[in-house]
Design a binder for this molecule. Sequence first.
Ligand code: FAD
Ligand code: DLZ
Ligand code: SF4
Length: 506
Amino acid sequence: MTDLILVLGDQLSPDLASLAASSPQRAEIVMAEVAAEARYVRHHKKKIAFTFAAMRHFAEELRASGWTVHNTRYDPTSPCPDLASAVSERLEQTRYDRLIVTEPGEWRLKQEMDTWQARFGVDVLICEDTRFLASHGEFERWADGRKQLRMEYFYREMRRRTGLLMEGDKPAGGKWNYDAENRKPAVGDLFMPQAPRYRPDALTREVLDLVGTHFADHIGQLEPFVLAVTRKDAEAARDHFIARALPAFGDYQDAMLSGEDFLYHSLLSTYLNAGLLDPLDLCKRAEAEYRAGRAPLNAVEGYIRQIIGWREYVRGIYWREGPDYVRRNALGADRPLPEFYWTGDTDMACMSAAIGQTLEHGYAHHIQRLMVTGTFALLAGVDPFELHEWYLAVYTDAYEWVEAPNVIGMSQFADGGLLGSKPYAASGAYIDRMSDYCGSCGYKVKDKTGPQSCPFNSLYWDFLDRNQGALRGNPRLGPVYRNWDRMSEDKQDAYRARARDVLAKL
Ligand code: FAD
Ligand code: DLZ
Ligand code: SF4
């Protein structure tokens, strides 16, 4: 046998570059469920179960296509607790001329793999991950020499390159971006799409038993487990979204509603990131709905922008900025992450809802991640690295390449404004406008200060006050600081005092 191909838990794609670099006649595949990957953060139980179950089903899929696959199942007493030892064990058992991998999605593994050729004494071929639309080189060429790396301009390049929603060289409908139409608050409605549920088969049940036994110390609820773990079911989830939710995706993209954990979101990031779905194929299917008159342009453009725009752009930033990106802390925030992020046990209705559903499903949608749990941590001055580890652990779609720029950059402004021109700081009024949470909250969103006032209100001004050195010169915050300056000293002190109380209770 000439080649050994290592396939990782988020590389479950038949057209993976490392598979295309060899063939079933020349290569064997190794896949390994290992403690190091399952435990490097306290991953949600559903995330571990999803990964192991999807890996096992993919191993079957590969075998059916003629590949020989060695997939080692998780065993807490295994002498191979990490990927390197799993590879090394195979190299000891059989002579291979080459080890082939597709580059991983995190710096820590990439740096390790760069040492493998010397360490194992075998040629190592690390293939670029062609499942993304923009290669590293293409992103670098776009970014080099620009003063600001604005997602919007990158996105337009991607529209031109893919031809998605283009009429010749013009954007469909005459505008590139229909975001302004996508900020409607939602109202409960009996006909809202229900998230699809997939019944675990025997292979998945074995994994659920294993995770229940060996990862009881990890966070989150394991059951009910209804995620798709096969390509076929992930494709059914994709078709369900396109038929049921896509037409209203745009209108309610930023909305939050008590008891409705998914609204009109696609719930497909977990499948996209693990390789069960192909991003370009998904976007083409969404575009076809617009062309057929079944979904409006604001919905389809908004959806496609998230995928060929944001998803590709944050990945470009992650690899461009290097392994220390996750340690950036431009605002010097150092508060420990409040314990209630791990339990959901807080009187703030918005935080309790976002964290509660995160612990239940391993899922919260974008505005909950950005404007609820993210904004609260930003305002409270939570250490961005601790927060990053939380986001990486709790979401079933989380890998550093996509999680870190969203947390360190977009949500916490810890990279000093690479991703966003100003921090996503907001008072309770934003959450009140976009959700129905405040109606059932013990705090009063209209109260600015005082013991019942919404914590977001005083923390907002306290955050701006505390961070004047870093933020006052930001042109987009000029009007906000002018409002602060116009306030009486008594009012400013009342905000500071209430913020002190809130922070002391954390
Ligand atoms: P939809 O609302 O249906 O969006 C469609 C798709 O667009 C998603 O499936 C996703 O693939 C892509 N997308 C949308 N927004 C982004 C974005 N900002 N960055 C990258 N892709 C995007 N996304 C992850 O995939 N993994 C993460 O670990 C992750 N962490 C995040 C942390 C924070 C603080 C924030 C603000 C956002 C994070 N996101 C992350 C982006 C986004 O919240 C999720 O992609 C989305 O909520 C997934 O749910 P969905 O599939 O229903 O998305
Ligand atoms: C997330 C995850 C988990 C929980 N377990 C494994 C595993 O046991 N084996 C494996 O190959 N991959 C796993 N993964 C996904 C990896 O962590 C992921 O490939 C890296 O973080 C790079 O993106
Ligand atoms: Fe959240 Fe404040 Fe509204 Fe309560 S009042 S739900 S804390 S925004």
